[in-house]
Ligand binder design. Structure first.
Ligand code: 3H9
Length: 710
């Protein structure tokens, strides 16, 4: 074995070479996923030169060590000064090799990883391989020749679809699409690759350069591409890179290969420089960093196989489905037989809908339901490893449930509550084992929404926190650690931004303008649409609950209360902030709501003023960032990225903006603080700048500096 890495490369080498007769095997070994950092790129180049220089070598074989072939460019290098050799250069050198280059793919061959494989002359895949060009998810396009080579291997339209979807193809689909030449059974890419390399050499096969191939569907593909461009403009509203991907594919159809590469390079650099790329890369890492919390690193998780869910309403049933989907055994408990029957129906409804839509095979449904039991007796969950309570949101009801759990559950069982705002310490006090009590705040529908707030009370044991994070991983959730306060991270911040939205309505904006401005910003829905979807009565109950603690000087807008007093709770009652004639799911503006808002203004002597969409976004976001800073300052969220992940995965925040705190960094914190101070002239109580935000501005720092420090 010899080291093929460039001088100065770190040890251990990330690309090693071995000679197997006439074949030089280059193995990329750069855990965890063989990302194409500078050392790997230099190592690949060195391996090519080694093969070229050695007359006894007739072919080069590329394989990945560990669980991936190559997962792509090293995402951590984006935004930093580029270091040679560049990946396009490496791919060009591979393709130009005078000796055949073979890629043997197992595991992930994604982004730049697939581009390396496409620059090779021959490709095989093992059964578990995943081949894809997911750059679009990071605001990018394949920038190392992928946009020019993929169309030549699989056709322009299928290549465009692969790049626009960002979804990988499994080995068999990649074979059918023409991305790989053969599928080989087994789990050793080196053995499979060496056997094929010898076979190719025996046949006298030479280099077969992808760049020299014609695009198979060249005739007529341009028209199809235009249709795809129109469809993409509708689907990926506001996103920059999808249209650039289409431009690259157009270049593959209309320009010679070299010119196509140059076009790709120019467009790739535009994407790389875009704020969307910065936001999406932040989201990629935030999704993974959230799981790194002190307790999960300090203590091993308790084993969990048997889960009990208390309460079979929409939330409880969703949680039961999420647990069944994760391979766990689940017992659903309800207080009596009729309630249990409703719970059973709720669970079945979810699975039946999945089967009806062809998203789940009937056998898979049966396999999941085989792990499911239901009961009305607490004794039947005595052996559960973890219990999730999802009953009515009332402290006394929950305390009664926890007293029962304390009575029946085995020692060491984790006892979780799905409360969205109640005091978990008070719930834990209903048991003699507060060290086992934790909050698991799922979002509805619980089997779909990826956010899981893990609420950590003062007395909980670290291994219970670790268990909650391990469960989240199993359920493929994005777990965010939150401290105990009213609303935890998400609902607490949401309550404040909702107030800012209400203030704007009372000051003269219509709820429809507010919703439109925030949808144009990128939110999936405007805040008033969200109220109508969730049910206006929920927020009304919260406002009433909080009324005694409300600062008497605080501004309180009553328009929402006026709607609720009329029984207008949103979609479920056919009207709320919007009208929903005959069960429509999309609301229509309601002149009566505007008249109610007007009447409230008159009653309070407010002279209405107009708001531009930019005014609306500035106020809404400033409120979000200011409260986010407060949540950080109080230690409710560990890091700014935890708040970002909360809003990205639980509240429809546009992923390409990276989350509210990342958005603030990209605006510049001085600007956000200046906005808050300007708004404070009208309402100094609501717009009190958070000291942490002032401190960061004074020190010339941003929120991301707190992510790095943590
Ligand atoms: C590109 O290639 C651009 C080129 O076209 C042009 C260049 C000119 N870089 O997800 P996991 C880390 S764009 C750096 O938990 P899994 C990840 O942060 C790239 N780091 O594992 C995590 O670190 P930590 C196109 C990376 O098994 C660890 O690896 N490629 C990269 O659930 C494990 O990751 C992509 O977009 C990377 N490329 O899933 C693929 N990838 O342990 C992105 C991963 O410190 N990656 N890490 O938290 C993935 O989709 C998944 O990671 C993968 C594994 C499916 C590979």
């Amino acid at each position: 074995m010899s080291q093929a890495a460039a001088p100065g490369a770190p040890t251990p080498p990330v690309v090693t070479t071995e000679t197997h007769g006439p074949v030089l095997l280059a193995r990329i070994d750069h855990p965890p996923v063989n990302a194409l950092g500078q050392a790997v790129r230099a190592g690949l180049l060195a391996a090519i030169e080694q093969a070229e220089a050695d007359a006894a070598i007739h072919a080069l074989l590329l394989v990945g060590a560990g669980r991936a072939f190559i997962a792509g460019a090293d995402i951590r290098e984006f935004g930093k000064p580029p270091q040679p050799p560049s990946l396009p250069e490496v791919c060009q050198r591979i393709e130009a090799s005078s000796k055949p280059v073979i890629a043997a793919i197992h595991g992930a061959a994604l982004g730049g990883g697939l581009e390396v494989a496409m620059a090779a002359h021959y490709r095989l895949a093992l059964p578990g391989a995943q081949l894809g060009l997911p750059e679009v998810n990071l605001g990018l396009l394949p920038g190392a020749g992928g946009t020019q080579r993929a169309p030549r291997l699989m056709g322009a339209l299928p290549a465009a679809e692969l790049m626009l979807s960002g979804k990988p193809l499994a080995a068999r689909a990649a074979l059918a699409a023409g991305l790989v030449d053969r599928l080989v059974e087994g789990d050793d890419p080196a053995a499979a690759g060496l056997a094929w390399a010898r076979e190719l050499l025996a046949q006298g096969a030479g280099p077969r350069r992808t760049g020299a191939l014609p695009v198979p569907d060249a005739d007529g593909a341009l028209a199809g591409l235009e249709a795809l461009a129109t469809e993409t403009a509708k689907k990926s509203r506001g996103l920059f890179s999808p249209q650039r991907i289409i431009e690259c594919v157009r270049a593959a159809l209309t320009l010679p290969f070299e010119e196509g590469l140059a076009r790709e390079r120019a467009l790739f650099l535009q994407c790389l420089d875009s704020p969307q790329r910065a936001g999406l890369v932040h989201a990629f890492f935030a999704e993974r960093e959230v799981a790194k919390v002190p307790e999960a690193q300090a203590a091993p998780a308790r084993p969990v196989e048997r889960v009990a869910v208390i309460g079979g309403g929409t939330m409880g049933a969703g949680i039961a489905v999420a647990a069944l989907d994760a391979g766990l055994s689940v017992t659903l408990l309800e207080r009596d037989e009729p309630a249990l029957e409703r719970g059973r129906a709720n669970v079945r409804k979810v699975y039946d809908a999945l089967v009806a839509r062809g998203r789940l095979a009937p056998e898979a449904r049966e396999a999941r339901l085989a792990r499911w039991r239901t009961s009305t007796r607490y004794e039947d969950i005595a052996d559960a490893d973890l219990v999730i309570e999802a009953v009515f949101e009332d402290l006394q009801v929950k305390r009664a449930v926890f007293a029962e759990l304390d009575r029946v559950c085995r020692p060491g069982a984790v006892l979780a509550t799905n409360t969205s705002y109640l005091d978990i310490e008070a719930i834990a006090d209903a048991t003699g084992r507060p060290q086992d009590v934790i909050g698991l705040h799922f979002f509805s529908p619980a089997h779909i929404m990826r956010l899981l707030e893990i609420v950590v009370p003062a007395r909980v044991a670290p291994d219970v926190v670790a268990t909650a994070f391990a469960l989240a991983r199993r359920m493929k959730k994005v777990p965010v650690r939150a401290g105990v306060c009213d609303g935890f991270i998400g609902n607490r911040i949401l309550a404040v931004v909702r107030e800012a939205a209400d203030h704007m309505v009372e000051d003269g904006a219509s709820p429809y303008q507010v919703d439109q401005a925030l949808r144009d910003f990128g939110f999936a829905m405007g805040p008033f649409q969200v109220v109508d979807l969730a049910g206006g009565d929920i927020g009304w109950a919260t406002r009433k609950r909080r009324a005694p603690q409300r600062d008497p000087r605080a501004r309180y807008v009553e328009v929402g209360d006026r709607l609720c007093e009329r029984g207008w709770f949103g979609q479920k009652t056919g009207r709320g902030w919007y009208l929903y004639p005959e069960g429509a799911r999309t609301g229509q503006p309601d002149p009566e709501v505007l008249a109610i808002a007007d009447a409230e203004r008159t009653r309070k002597g407010v002279v209405p003023r107009s708001f531009t969409p930019e005014d609306i976004v500035r106020r809404y976001m400033a409120a979000m960032v200011n409260e986010g800073a407060k949540v950080l300052q109080e230690g409710i969220a560990l890091r700014p990225l935890d708040i970002d992940a909360t809003f990205l995965f639980g509240y429809g925040f546009p992923r390409w903006r990276g989350g509210p705190m990342k958005w603030a960094d990209m605006q510049g914190l001085p600007r956000v603080l200046a906005d808050i101070r300007e708004f404070a002239r009208q309402d100094p109580l609501f717009w009190t700048p958070t000291p942490l935000l002032e401190k960061l501005v004074a020190e010339g720092r941003d929120f991301d500096s707190l992510n790095r420090a943590a």
